[in-house]
Design a protein around this ligand. Structure first.
Ligand SMILES: Nc1ncnc2c1ncn2[C@@H]1O[C@H](COP(=O)(O)OP(=O)(O)OP(=O)(O)O)[C@@H](O)[C@H]1O
Ligand SMILES: [Mg+2]
Length: 466
């Protein structure tokens, strides 16, 4: 226990000093802060295991500190000191997540027991968290994140199929992770030291695509100035990933059928038959079975490639993965852009979870990158999100209409508009009132009734009143 660090927060110097002195004698590292603000500064500068805070302090009280510490530093154990033994505030503190409370006057024996118990519990909790993290890394396979059971099933299938030579068809909307799963299959196979070659069937006109895949001999068509080795040969011994297979033309489909059946082909303009050992992984962002029914995709080819199908769920179907993915991208992007970001505010995360993500994981990755670049604080807030996610057009009022008056129905949009206008005007009330075409008293009343002045810490610190 001797290297545990404790921060004591109290506005009374005598309590601070005597408590710290006692804790140091007990073998702990101890620092102190005389206010909420200084406590936050200390917490940013040193890693603490525990905070002991007074409840009654000028400015923000111990409860405010408790709330912030629980949110920003969930691994820190908190003990509050209640001034006059008022049981109500002690109960309130426990409810708000404090481990325990001490009552003034503080008795040495009591501190000794409470501090050591709180630290013990805190150690257990963080150990537990680390174990869970390890477990999720195992399931998350390298950098592919997913805790939803649909993704766990995908990971199981990848594990099961990777070692075999079976052709794999990956299906799923754009941005769901087909390309990274294709790589993961190669990485987990015994072909991992051999090439992983990738080609999108939608990227080129048929003739060029054919020579890209099978190669060509010099002079076989205008522009073929020398022999070219195709992707099939480049991937010999390894994996060939054919993306957007749904856009392969009928001619290409026929050629693919042959190479898949016989593992043989001839380069464009050549009679020489080449034989290759290639593992095929294909991806489609359309329903191939539907394409077969519509006569756009050869049925025989469909059966050849649909040996093992791994269908990737859209992000909307696994919305519980949004927080883990968002945190993962936040870490990556913070490194890439050299920014220090600690996480998302609860409100910002709620917006991310409410959104329907038509562009799936790719869209989330882009949104997080944008936020990392734009945000100025340590935490990504609603204001750092694109408008269509931060303030989605509220169709729900109309869809969810249940008996309410027009006045009630207009409350929510009115609140949002005022909130947005306040932010836009840096919380200057006069400027906001002018923008909205109302007078300052009306604005003030509305802010009060929507708790816009109480709710928003940022607003509190920014309000410029004239
Ligand atoms: N489960 C995941 N964990 C972490 N990152 C992911 C995950 N799924 C997708 N990504 C990231 O999202 C982006 C889009 O993924 P990817 O390119 O694999 O999608 P795709 O299904 O191949 O899309 P398209 O159909 O447009 O080719 C990539 O940057 C990828 O790294
Ligand atoms: Mg892709």
């Amino acid at each position: 226990m001797d290297n545990k660090s404790i921060l004591v927060v109290d506005d009374e110097m005598i309590i601070r000093d005597s408590l710290c002195e006692f804790l140091k004698l007990e073998g702990y590292h101890c620092n102190s802060a005389d206010s909420f603000k200084n406590a936050l500064v200390q917490l940013e500068q040193h890693p603490y295991n525990m905070v002991i805070t007074d409840v009654n302090m000028p400015e923000a009280d111990g409860f405010e500190l408790l709330r912030v510490v629980r949110k920003r530093y969930p691994d820190i154990a908190i003990v509050v000191i209640t001034g006059y033994g008022t049981i109500e505030s002690a109960i309130g503190a426990i409810k708000a997540g404090a481990f325990n409370y001490l009552t003034k006057p503080i008795v040495d024996d009591e501190i000794r027991v409470i501090v050591s118990k709180a630290l013990e519990q805190q150690a257990l909790l963080s150990e537990n968290k680390q174990l869970k993290q390890k477990l999720s890394n195992r399931y998350g396979m390298e950098n592919i994140i997913g805790t939803d059971y649909k993704m766990l099933k995908v990971f199981d299938m990848v594990e099961a199929v990777a070692q075999s030579k079976a052709t794999v068809l990956l299906s799923g909307q754009s941005g769901t992770g087909k390309s990274i799963i294709a790589r993961a299959i190669h990485q987990r196979s015994d072909r991992m030291t051999k090439p992983f070659v990738e080609l999108s069937c939608g990227s080129l006109p048929e003739t060029l695509l054919e020579s890209e895949l099978f190669g060509h001999v010099k002079g076989s068509f205008t522009g073929a100035a020398s022999d070219k080795q195709g992707k099939f040969l480049s991937a010999d011994g390894g994996t060939l990933f054919l993306d957007e297979i749904n856009s392969a033309t009928p001619g290409l489909q026929m050629k693919l059928l042959r190479v898949i059946q016989e593992r043989q082909f001839e380069p464009v303009g050549s009679n020489e038959t080449k034989t290759v050992d290639v593992r095929l992984v294909l991806a489609t962002n359309r329903d191939l079975q539907q394409q077969v029914r519509e006569g756009k995709f050869r049925e025989d080819l469909y059966y050849r490639i649909n040996v093992v199908n791994i269908d990737l769920p859209s992000l909307a179907q696994r919305i519980t993965d949004v927080p883990v993915l968002a945190e993962h991208f936040l870490q990556n992007m913070s490194l890439v852009h050299g920014r220090e970001k600690h996480g998302f505010t609860e409100k910002a995360m709620a917006k991310l979870e409410d959104y329907h993500w038509p562009g799936n994981v790719r869209e989330l990755e882009n949104v997080v990158e944008r936020a990392v670049v734009l945000s100025t604080g340590y935490y990504i807030d609603i204001i750092d999100l694109p408008p269509h996610i931060a303030q989605p057009a509220n169709g729900t009022i109309i869809n969810d209409y249940s008996a309410m008056t027009l006045k009630q129905a207009l409350e929510e949009p009115e609140k949002r508009i005022i909130e947005a206008a306040l932010k836009k005007n840096n919380f200057n009330r006069q400027a906001t009132a002018d923008t909205l075409g109302i007078n300052r008293t009306t604005l003030y009343k509305k802010m009060k009734s929507y708790q816009l002045d109480m709710d928003n810490e940022f607003a509190k610190s920014q309000i410029i009143d004239y």
